[in-house]
Design a protein around this ligand. Structure first.
Ligand code: SF4
Ligand code: SF4
Length: 444
């Protein structure tokens, strides 16, 4: 299969980055790639989603990545996973999975799943600041994305999502649910209610976002639902208002620069200097435009907040705010020059066990059980036309149409966009600019 044919299959199946990014996968693939890197590192604590997919479907994950590599003319497929994950899946570093995918073990550090860090850790390459992995001949795909690529080759669209339900629950589980089903329906099917004083996160404890479990939906990007106590740092830091964040940055920062010294991207040579960004925001002292511009290189990992700052400041939130404003003004730091890792990097890596302790989730990390026959009962589905990066999907149906499970109901728009499929057989109730509502007819 050539690259155009593969991209058509992937586009028709509505595959987007399932690791949380949501970038339409067919738009990520272009010639000039020598390595397909499968991100199997699952670096946030409490998540067992990718681990379970590999446990159940490693051959298909490898096949999806290998077909991608062949279509791209890439030389290799590298599956990067943590050493303990490899051991549990009975793989060794350097061993082959699938036909020619090679397992590469990486240490259990946070945030090794940040693709810029993973490319360095697994391949020894550094993506120049502000560039895409393609600049060093690499395309990174998540485990579930590779699995969805495999299914697209069999003309099976993305209509289900794998996710971990974990946190302060009696038994964490991994389940498959229909894309766009309601979070409350998933929790009900799992027999889980959210206790008072707890918050639900979509995503990992460090980088996930707070959702309202009564109104939120599972999207193509959802990796987990975590139920966590409000008082733990992982949650408390997310509930601090932007106003308070900026006030703390201006009043309490002593410019010790620990946040910069510990920043994982700074440690591979990126010119992020969060203490300078905080000074620029807090007191207006700007020594160079790069004090602000380099915030565009921030991954949002939170290491500066959780592991470095002892003043109760939330540097990662300030960085996020600056990055957001840079984005609005189409400003970003870019360089074509390779960078040089800090010689102190090895001494400043953050073991996942330390992160878990700092953010208050160590007691909740129990292996998740896979429930294969998990069923969500839901009658009405509201399917957002924009659950991916880019332009909303274009509806192909109208109110009153009967649809089959897996039928494409919205196609990818011109440009960066993705198709959408009905997860259930049913009837279209309404079509708006932002969603398609389907009433399920006697299906799960
Ligand atoms: S959140 Fe903090 S530690 Fe992480 S990349 Fe941004 S500045 Fe660096
Ligand atoms: S670690 Fe905290 S106090 Fe030190 S420079 Fe960074 S934000 Fe300021």
């Amino acid at each position: 299969m050539n690259l155009e044919q593969l991209k058509q299959k992937i586009e028709a199946a509505g595959v987007v980055g399932a690791g949380g990014a949501g970038f339409p996968t067919h738009k990520k693939l272009a010639l000039g790639i020598d390595t397909v890197l499968v991100n199997a590192s699952e670096c946030e604590p409490l998540l067992y989603t990718d681990f379970t997919i590999m446990q159940q479907h490693m051959a298909q994950v490898a096949a999806g990545a290998e077909e991608t590599a062949k279509a791209l003319g890439a030389k290799q497929v590298v599956v990067a996973m943590k050493s303990h994950t490899a051991a549990e899946l009975n793989y060794q570093d350097g061993e082959t999975a699938g036909s020619f995918s090679v397992i590469k073990t990486v240490p259990n550090i946070y945030p090794v799943g940040d693709e810029i860090i993973l490319i360095y850790q697994a391949l020894g390459k550094i993506v120049p600041p502000g560039q895409l992995p393609a600049a060093v001949g690499v395309v990174v795909i998540n485990v579930e994305t590779a699995y969805n690529i495999f299914k697209s080759l069999c003309d099976i669209p993305v209509t289900e999502k794998w996710l971990t339900i974990g946190g302060n629950v009696p038994q964490p589980v991994v389940v498959k649910v229909p894309v766009n089903c309601d979070v409350k329906a998933v929790l009900k099917a799992a027999g889980i209610s959210v206790p008072p004083g707890h918050t639900v996160l979509d995503g990992g404890p460090a980088m996930g976002r707070i959702i309202n479990p009564n109104t939120a939906k599972i999207t193509k990007k959802t990796k987990s639902l975590l139920i966590l106590p409000d008082e733990i740092p992982a949650v408390a830091m997310k509930t601090t208002s932007t106003e308070r964040v900026l006030k703390r940055a201006s009043s309490a920062c002593c410019q010790c620069s620990f946040c910069t010294d510990m920043c994982p991207r700074h440690l591979i040579g990126y010119p992020i200097q969060s203490h300078r960004t905080l000074r620029a925001v807090g007191s207006g002292q700007i020594s160079s435009p790069n004090d602000l511009l380099t915030a565009s290189l921030c991954s949002g990992c939170g290491v500066c907040t959780f592991m470095a700052c002892c003043q109760g400041i939330i540097p990662s939130a300030t960085m996020a705010e600056v990055k957001k404003n840079l984005g609005k003004n189409r400003l970003a730091y870019r360089s074509t020059e390779p960078t040089v890792p800090d010689p102190e990097r090895d001494n400043r890596l953050v073991p996942s066990s330390r992160l878990k302790g700092r953010i208050g989730v160590a007691n909740f990390d129990k292996p998740a059980r896979f429930i294969e026959d998990f069923t969500v009962s839901q009658e009405f589905y509201s399917l957002p036309l924009s659950q991916h990066v880019g332009i909303p999907s274009v509806p192909l149906v109208q109110a009153g149409d009967e649809v089959e499970a897996g039928q494409m109901i919205a196609k990818a728009a011109q440009g960066i966009s993705a198709a959408l499929h009905s997860p259930v057989k049913g009837k279209v109730l309404s079509v708006t600019d932002s969603y398609i509502e389907v009433k399920a007819g006697g299906v799960k």
